[in-house]
Design a protein around this ligand. Structure first.
Ligand code: 5GP
Length: 208
């Protein structure tokens, strides 16, 4: 029997308010083979956030233990701030099953994942314009003015990292953004370097 082809690791970044979550949720709805990694964090849940769905909410001690056990594919820890990390086991298990895994993480996290997994595909979700991004940040209604200011400043910084990414998807409408994500999945799966088993069989030769 043919071996199941390993799934893709898709790293999706983009400023807060750009609609990453909405685009990813719509993609997963249409493609059951696309799974979202759930990060661990020491940040307290926001209203409506559910443990195990939005994040695995951890104490500092639990987070420390996971670091010691090498349970993170990458993690971010800034002194005096909340910690965030990507549990390694889920990503590996799903990719082995042939499912694609999405990591919704920031620019620094994306750099670490690319260093640890060079075959990761990085996608930056960008807003159609800065004005629209600012409107979306305010429109969320869950943040204080101070938090909106911090997020706007962070967003402008994050946009500077755009050229480091493999792909950019402009989230103008969700449907178009999802179609572009689908195009990325198709193109990546068709890469010769991801089809070495079949190429070897077709050429009847040595593994490449
Ligand atoms: P928030 O607290 O608003 O949910 O997330 C704050 C930031 O942490 C966001 O930029 C988010 O992308 C980032 N983040 C969430 N999960 C992870 C993770 O597993 N690793 C890293 N490096 N960043 C994460």
């Amino acid at each position: 029997m043919a071996r199941v082809k390993r799934g893709l690791l898709l790293v999706v970044s983009g400023p807060a308010g750009v609609g990453k979550g909405t685009v990813n949720a719509a993609l997963m709805e249409r493609h059951p083979e696309v799974k979202m990694s759930v990060s661990a964090t020491t940040r307290p849940p926001r209203p409506g956030e559910i443990d195990g769905v939005h994040y695995f909410f951890k104490t500092k001690e639990e987070f420390d233990r996971m670091i010691e056990e090498d349970a993170f594919l990458e993690y971010m820890r800034v002194f005096g701030m909340n910690d965030y990390g990507t549990p390694r086991a889920f990503v590996e298990q799903e990719r082995e099953k042939g499912n694609h895994v999405i990591l919704e993480i920031d620019v620094q996290g994306a750099r670490k994942v690319k260093a640890a997994c060079p075959d990761a595909v990085t996608v930056f979700i960008a807003p159609p314009s800065l004005d629209i991004l600012k409107e979306r940040l305010v429109g969320r209604g869950t943040e204080t003015q101070e938090s909106i200011d911090v997020r706007t400043k962070t967003a402008l910084e994050e946009l500077k990292a755009l050229p480091e990414y493999d792909y950019m998807v402009v989230n103008d409408t969700v449907d178009e953004a999802v179609a572009e994500m689908e195009a990325i999945l198709s193109a990546e799966r068709l890469k010769t370097e991801r089809n070495t088993d079949l190429i070897t069989k077709l050429t009847g030769g040595e593994p490449i």
